[in-house]
Design a protein around this ligand. Structure first.
Ligand SMILES: Nc1ncnc2c1ncn2[C@@H]1O[C@H](COP(=O)(O)OP(=O)(O)OP(=O)(O)O)[C@@H](O)[C@H]1O
Length: 246
């Protein structure tokens, strides 16, 4: 099986501090891998380093076989990496429609109004509305008039419009009510079959277990456990020891 993402001995941090202390991590093509771990172990830093927002000290980040370690985020974006950041940064003063068209514009070299049709792996604003009808209903609302769940959906829509082959999701459930988490989970589950590999950083274990094929656990900037989701969720003692939860 090929890997969409293969990270080797990645070291990174901020101003000389070490946060990632030799991370080895793979995402087989078309699969979802949940990256779990207690607060502050370096999960967001890992996503930011893969995306090119944090420059690594050393190590390798292969995306579809191409070395991206140390490349800036726009290069990673061009090679099919997209991130849905924690806190779902959408443009507050712009409408849903404008937010989506800006993301789509990046892809089409700012040639607006052209629809590339329904090619597999190609996302259009119309397809985003199909996947998330709630966004279609709210298309004229500004980003800051949306609920947390709607903002999360908009952030997911913006990332998809980059046609990612590797999607980095940073705590999509953060700050959302359980019923809303369910809606977001349904959207993410709907991406199955789209050929997108994902890294899902998530504190909500129910969501992680529902979406992920495999589970990795980070402690102190290293991956200390890797298994199938099925194996991990049935081994409560291990989950408790690694994450401090039952
Ligand atoms: N921009 C930054 N500048 C300096 N230090 C940072 C920065 N971002 C994160 N850190 C530090 O890096 C360490 C790891 O943080 P990170 O956000 O990657 O952890 P995390 O596992 O994602 O935790 P959480 O679930 O709380 O987001 C922490 O000690 C944090 O304070």
């Amino acid at each position: 099986m090929t890997n969409s993402l293969a990270v080797r001995d990645l070291k990174a941090g901020y101003d000389g501090t070490t946060v990632l202390d030799g991370v080895d991590f793979t995402v087989p093509t078309g699969t979802v891998v949940a990256l779990l771990g207690r607060n502050g172990v370096g999960k967001s830093t890992f996503l930011h380093t893969v995306m090119g927002m944090v420059k690594p000290y050393s190590g390798s980040v292969l995306v579809d076989g191409r070395e991206l370690a140390g490349s800036p985020a726009h290069v990673a974006a061009r090679h099919g990496v997209a991130i849905v950041p924690q806190g779902r940064r959408v443009f507050a003063p712009l409408t849903v429609e404008e937010n989506l068209h800006i993301a789509a514009g990046h892809k089409h070299g700012l040639k607006r109004g052209r629809s590339p049709g329904r090619e597999p792996g190609r996302w259009t604003v119309a397809r985003i509305y199909e996947l998330m009808p709630r966004l279609a209903e709210r298309r004229s609302n500004r980003g800051d008039q949306l609920s947390g769940g709607e903002q999360q959906m908009l952030a997911i829509g913006r990332a998809l419009l980059r046609d990612p082959r590797l999607l980095l999701l940073d705590e999509p459930s953060d700050g959302l009510a359980p019923a809303v988490i369910d809606q977001v989970a349904e959207v993410l589950a709907g991406l199955r079959g789209e050929g997108i590999a994902s890294v899902l950083v998530e504190q909500d274990l129910h969501l992680a277990f529902r979406l992920a094929d495999e589970v990795a656990v980070m402690q102190k900037g290293r991956i200390v456990h890797r298994s199938s989701t099925r194996e991990f969720r049935t081994d409560r003692d291990r989950a408790h020891a690694l994450l401090g939860v039952g």
